[in-house]
Design a protein around this ligand. Structure first.
Ligand code: PMP
Length: 354
């Protein structure tokens, strides 16, 4: 049945977000999830909270906000939680960009940025990564115009895993105009091991135009529950809360996030295992001839160019699902040692170009 209801042309022309595929019988290394399920203490907290789902959740997620504020040592009015940090990305654009104003980010980076920017009626402006697949902060600075209201710096960058260092970021933030919000998207912060990669919270304290985004989806293993948080200037956080879709952080997510903070030591120890595996996987890939950039996240980037799709198909024949970005490269999440071995076997047997 065809409908004569007109839809917004700008919405219809948006690219669709492409999630990592799940293929029955194959190992999914496509969405930067951690390989293990919730800890028993977290699963129990979720099960207990399930008994109350006839009630709406605490709309402000105040217990979680207060807990995060106290753990992070910031006032609660500088913290907002959202339905995944992707929701908070969109809320930031909605909160600071008037229609047509610009949100700037590197490319390639998190694929939601251009979509959420356009959904918020703002204009995405992209600056290519440098030849080493890293943010080119000088070029980003040069791309700031009077219409720029927001800059995303994804650190470490999805999908390349590369990270901006403290001195570069300090120079950049010192030079960005005071009325431009810089959102440091630290979805993978807990996997960072290089001490020169700064904790963005320090910049929230020193710069009144900086915000940090974090998530419970990655290191804390709650991707399916959808909860993330932002720390930023009080006025901006107030605006971010205004554009919140009512009750969008559900009660199971709030409970699970709190239980995960209680179990942070155990969960962060699991991250150390992933970091160890990350080094092993990258070394093996480099030894096999793949120019994989150094990564500070829980994934590796294989810049395969035109062979990307062929590589993803080859990996699938080996029962591994990777995340291809056609014509550019494949992003592969670090899994368990056995899963990584299966992937490495696929990578080693990918036929060299004739
Ligand atoms: N930022 C980055 C850089 C990401 O890679 C992701 C998830 N892929 C997100 C934000 C959003 O994560 P979530 O909505 O699950 O918190």
């Amino acid at each position: 049945m065809s409908s004569s209801v007109p839809t917004r042309a700008d919405v219809m022309s948006l690219p669709s977000y492409v999630p990592g595929r799940s293929v029955p019988g194959a190992i999914k290394l496509a969405s930067n999830e951690v390989p293990e399920g919730p800890l028993p203490s977290v699963a129990e907290a979720i099960a207990r909270a399930a008994g109350d789902v006839n009630r709406y959740p605490d709309m402000g997620a105040w217990a979680l906000v207060d807990r995060l504020a106290s753990d992070l040592g910031v006032p609660a009015d500088q913290v907002a939680v959202g339905c995944g940090s992707v929701s908070l990305c969109q809320q930031f654009v909605q909160a600071v960009c008037e229609p047509g104003q610009e949100a700037l980010f590197a490319w390639r980076s998190f694929e939601a940025y251009p979509i959420i920017t356009r959904v918020a009626n703002a204009t995405p402006v992209t600056v290519p990564l440098d030849a080493g697949h890293r943010h080119d902060l000088d070029a980003m600075l040069a791309a700031i115009t009077p219409a720029t209201r927001l800059v995303f710096v994804c650190n470490p960058n999805n999908p390349t895993g590369t990270a901006v260092r403290r001195d570069q970021l300090t120079r950049f933030l010192d030079a960005v105009p005071d009325d431009v919000l810089v959102v440091l998207d630290e979805a993978y912060r807990e996997f960072v091991t290089d001490p020169d990669v700064p904790d963005g919270l320090g910049f929230v304290r020193s710069h009144p135009n900086v915000a940090v985004l974090r998530t419970f989806s990655k290191a804390y293993g709650l991707a399916g529950l959808r909860v993330g948080y932002a720390v930023g200037p009080e006025e901006v956080i107030k605006a971010v809360r205004k554009v919140y879709v009512a009750f969008s952080v559900n009660s199971l997510a709030q409970t699970a996030a709190l239980a995960s903070l209680d179990a942070a030591d155990e969960l962060l120890a699991r991250c150390s295992d992933i970091v160890r595996e990350r080094g092993r996987v990258r070394d093996a890939l480099v030894a096999a001839g793949y120019p994989v950039p150094e990564t500070e996240a829980n994934f590796v980037w294989l810049p395969l160019g035109e062979r990307t799709t062929e590589f993803a198909e080859h990996a699938l024949q080996h029962k591994v699902v990777v995340r291809p970005f056609a014509g550019e490269g494949a992003r592969v999440t670090i899994g368990t040692p056995e899963q990584n071995d299966t992937f490495l076997e696929a990578a080693r047997t990918f036929p060299a170009r004739e």
